[in-house]
Each structure stands twice: as C-alpha cells, then as structure tokens.
Design a protein around this ligand. Structure first.
Ligand code: RIB
Length: 304
C-alpha cells in the first residue's frame, strides 16, 4: 500500500449544541458540551488510518495535556506521530464549535502551536516526504509553509491533495499549480476567488483553473460531489442520504477517504463514491474524529 503524509493542524475541539449560532451582541444557551480531538489535519490523518491507509502526521502541538491527548488518539488509530513538533512556546491549537439545530457548524480556530509549523520544520522532514506517495494539506498552518511543502513534495514527484479550508482569497498561484487535486466545498471555492454566491459553479471552476488549479473536486453537501478534470472530464457522484447529527469533520473524512482510495490505485469515480459514503457516515455521529467510521463499518454499510 502507498504511504500518505498529512501536513497540517491538530486542535482540541470544544463543541456545544445550540439552536442557532449567536448573532453579534447576543448571548445564547447551549447544550451537550463535548471536548473531542479535532483539527483538519489530524482529522484527515485519523480518518485515513481508520480507513486502512498507512499514514504519518506532520504538525505541531504544545507541551501540554491537550497535545498529549491528540497525539495519543492519533497513535491509537495507527497514525505515525513520531515526527510531530512539540513546542513550549505555544499551547496546542483549539477550536470553538457550535452545532446548530440543522446540524451545521460554526468554528473559530485558535491556531496556537499550529502556527509553528514552519519552513525549517518542513526542511527537517524532507526524508519523510520523500518516502511517501501522497501528501495532503489544509490551511490551518501558515500558508507559506503549505506552499513551500507542496513545492518540495511536487519536486519529489508526490501526489499533492489540497483541502483549502479554512478558505482564503488569493492563495499563492504556485500552491494551486502544485496541487494535483484541490478539494473545496461550494462555499470555499467562492472564497478562494473572492466571489459571492451569484457566481455559478461552472464559472467558479473556470476561474480557479485560470489561477493555476488543475483537477478540482467540489463537495456540494446534499448534492454530492463533482470532479472537474484538467482533461475536461466531469464526474458527478450523488450524496448518500442520511440523517445528519453533526457535520463537523465530514469534509475532512471525505478528503481522507478519497486519498486512501487513490493510494489503493482506485479510479477517481470509485474514490469519490467511497469518500461520499465515509462523509455521510461521519455526519451521523457527533464530533470530528469521534464520528469517523472504520473501513469495515464502511464496507458493511455499503452492502446493507
Ligand atoms: O473540519 C473540522 C475541524 O475544523 C474541527 O475539528 C476543528 O478543529 C477545525 O479545525
């Protein structure tokens, strides 16, 4: 099996159920507080390992209890955490999450140690990157680090997957060019372009391509996902209909599942179908890593 390296964030998630996310100046009451492991990078590493991938996580934690808990949780799922940076200068990243009555979330990330994933750290990890096949990035560590690491990964001939979340406008062109697959959701693709929702998806895809993107995989929530290949191909996979409890981490598990199937040499459409199933299963339980199914559970669910 091919090896996957995830370079990204680790956060401790503080989540609470609310009727709606608070408006400016509003105090609201919440319910059912949860403290669970998260961080887009760690969620992807955890999911990829649970789904049968051979995974190493690169990132940073503080020298504190939350960092230790996050590291232990990844290790228990089979992720190699030997090369995580442990810093005394910042505390472990955190995320404050509200989950509303439609099961949709709002998230504030306090980057903490994630900010310390810098270029010297990547330089000290080049042998790990050289030794893998697929590298997955998100944007909760400094974007210049992501751009640099993606450039080095491409120089070594690796497959680069970029999950551009949290999305930001005007990503470096070289980062878009170095991603073999960029996987925004329908809102993120607009944010990447600085556009509003009057821009149709096909046009957004065209504009992102003009900025250097190659293959673009857009997740569309209840409408499934759509892959726009560099060669002009278009693949649509419908969503699996489920009753959502909490959408936190669903996008991360989609990305991870897609990468695991690619690492098994499955074709794009099969990888999208697998990823859709995993994403659907992830919304049926609360939390990010706590909601991710095992490979066996996904296969049983597919047969049912
Ligand atoms: O994508 C979900 C994740 O976003 C959460 O786990 C939270 O930590 C934030 O990084």
């Amino acid at each position: 099996m091919k090896k996957i390296v995830v370079i990204g964030s680790l956060n401790m998630d503080f989540a609470v159920n609310v009727k709606h996310a608070p408006k400016v100046g509003e105090t609201i009451l919440g319910d059912d507080f949860r403290l669970t492991p998260g961080g887009k990078g760690a969620n992807q590493a955890y999911a990829a390992a649970k789904l049968g991938g051979k995974v190493t996580m690169l990132g940073a934690i503080g020298d504190d209890t939350y960092g230790q808990m996050l590291m232990d949780n990844l290790r228990n799922a089979g992720v190699c955490v030997d090369y995580l940076k442990k810093t005394k200068d910042s505390s472990t990243g955190m995320a404050l999450i509200t989950v509303d009555e439609n099961s949709d979330n709002s998230i504030v990330v306090i980057q903490g140690a994630n900010k310390e994933v810098d270029i010297p750290y990547i330089d000290s990890m080049l042998d790990i990157i050289k030794d893998c096949d697929i590298v997955i990035f998100q944007l909760e560590i400094p974007v210049e680090t992501v751009a640099y690491a993606a450039r080095r990964a491409k120089e070594f001939g690796k497959t680069v997957i970029l999950d551009p979340a949290p999305a930001q406008c005007d990503l470096p062109q070289e980062l878009l060019e170095n991603a073999d697959v960029i996987k925004p959701n329908e809102n993120e693709i607009l944010t990447l372009l600085g556009a509003d929702d009057s821009l149709a998806l096909d046009n957004a895809v065209g504009l992102l391509r003009e900025k250097g993107a190659k293959n673009i995989l857009v997740t569309l929530g209840a409408d499934g996902s759509c892959y726009y290949g560099q060669d002009g191909s278009e693949i649509h996979v419908p969503a699996n209909k489920v009753k959502a409890v909490d959408t936190t981490g669903a996008g991360d598990s989609y990305t991870a599942a897609f990468a695991v199937n690619l690492s098994e040499k499955k074709d794009i459409k099969s990888a999208m179908k697998f990823a859709s199933r995993v994403g659907a299963m992830a919304v049926m339980k609360a939390g990010a890593q706590t909601s991710i199914p095992t490979r066996e559970e996904v296969e049983l669910w597919a047969e049912a």
